[in-house]
Design a protein around this ligand. Structure first.
Ligand SMILES: Cc1cc2nc3c(=O)[nH]c(=O)nc-3n(C[C@H](O)[C@H](O)[C@H](O)COP(=O)(O)O)c2cc1C
Length: 397
């Protein structure tokens, strides 16, 4: 994140870029996908979400939506959005229009959480799905979820060999709905311990059929999803996010080089993908990142714990084409203005990150106002967080 009060030199990142399909982005900075769990109970995006995205799309080139699930069984967050009903698509359409109105483009991130769901929100018991029937370990600290978990995660049911293409088809259906809603593209969420990453893993994928065993077989489901999604509206409409070696969701991968070399080779064959999105906990020091960058022929959006000046240098060094920021956008709807002007940053409060649908700690963070710096820089004691405000709004008091 930016040092407060020091304008960042990000001249290169502020230059426009054209994606393979001809989609023009006014700069190379994305607002990164961030789950905020503010949709209606049935996953329909609402007016408050449209306001939140509208506030944050004033300067960025690209907005990548929060993770959005492709089916009911694929849901992991209460009030997380979906893209599998007409109502979902109509709700998203309002958000797309709000972002376009401010000159940014928007991709929908599509996901299925696999075993990271105990499906407590469904009326009758249903087992979560996973490549193999291996539950998240009891007491795992490597998960982020807001579904009540009084018991450990349920043991998932193994996805049948003939069933896997049907799940790929759910990603395709979400893509059709994304086209209807006016999205500029979709990003396949193949990371962070969710279903596709579970297939890629060596600990949750113990299969002996064509989806397991070798690194190539473990990559098969990711590629089948990708191909199903590409079939909807072309490769240019599709990006993919990978986080090799990320152990979120209790994922282990002991075949990283071989598997991701193969996967990147296969991505190259799907000529014209919008971009490859890579996250590494420390991007600058990751050898896997450099290895993938060297092998991938297309546009790379890379991010991971660097300050803006470091991303700028990595762009100049040819290591990335685009980057983005996540957490800074939670409390700073005008983050890029603050970055460029050297304005101070507001601090987000963690309790409201996944709070039940309410504007507090979501769409009520102010943009910086030079005439009112104290009122527009929010800290723990700032105006958006007077004591009890969150509880009052959640309880309707
Ligand atoms: C509250 C929160 C929610 C997130 N949700 C998602 C998500 O839905 N999909 C995703 O791919 N990454 C998600 N991420 C990861 C971010 O996109 C990003 O990779 C990460 O925050 C690092 O960028 P930063 O250092 O600029 O925050 C989330 C991060 C945070 C802090």
């Amino acid at each position: 994140m930016a040092d407060e009060d020091s304008p960042a030199n990000i001249a290169g990142l502020l230059k426009s870029i054209e994606l393979p399909g001809g989609l023009a982005l006014r700069n190379r900075i994305a607002m990164l996908p961030m789950t905020r769990a503010r949709a209606n109970a049935d996953g329909t995006p609402n007016a408050m979400m449209a306001e939140y995205y509208h506030q944050r799309s004033g300067e960025v080139g690209l907005v990548i939506s929060e993770s959005t699930v492709v089916s009911e069984v694929g849901r992991g967050f209460i009030n997380g959005p979906g893209m599998y009903t007409t109502e979902h698509a109509i709700g998203w359409r309002r958000i797309v229009e709000a972002v376009h109105a401010r000159g940014a483009k928007i991709f929908l991130q599509i996901n299925h959480v696999g075993r990271l769901n105990n499906l407590q929100h469904l009326r009758c018991p249903v087992a979560p799905l996973a490549p193999s029937p291996i539950a998240v370990p009891r007491g795992s600290r490597k998960i982020t979820i807001n579904i009540p978990r009084v018991t450990p995660y349920d043991k998932p049911r193994s996805i049948g060999t003939d069933e896997a293409p049907l799940i790929a088809a759910e990603f395709a259906r979400a893509t059709q709905l994304a086209v209807f809603a006016g999205f500029d593209g979709v990003e396949v969420h193949a990371d962070s311990g969710y279903l596709i990453h579970q297939f890629l893993s060596t600990n949750v994928n113990r299969r002996t059929d064509r989806y397991g065993g070798t690194p190539q077989n473990r990559a098969r489901f990711a590629l089948e999803v990708l191909d199903a999604v590409i079939a909807v509206n072309g490769a240019e409409y599709v990006a993919i996010k990978l986080t090799p070696g990320n152990d979120v969701g209790d994922i282990e991968e002991d075949d990283i080089d071989e598997k991701y070399d193969y996967l990147v080779g296969e991505l190259n064959k799907r000529n014209g993908l919008a971009f490859l999105h890579l996250y590494f906990a420390d991007l600058a020091s990751s050898k896997t990142f450099r290895r993938m960058r060297a092998r991938f022929d297309g546009i790379i959006l890379a991010e991971g714990s660097q300050i803006p000046a470091d991303y700028e240098k990595m762009l100049a060094d040819g290591l990335l084409d685009m980057t983005g920021f996540g957490r800074a956008y939670i409390a700073n709807p005008d983050y890029m203005t603050r970055l460029v002007e050297g304005y101070p940053l507001s601090q987000a409060i963690s309790e409201s990150i996944y709070a039940p649908p309410c504007a507090v700690g979501y769409s009520d963070y102010p943009a910086f106002d030079p005439a009112d710096p104290t009122g527009s820089v929010v800290g723990l004691d700032g105006p958006a967080y007077e004591e009890g405000l969150l509880e009052k709004q959640v309880n309707g008091a």
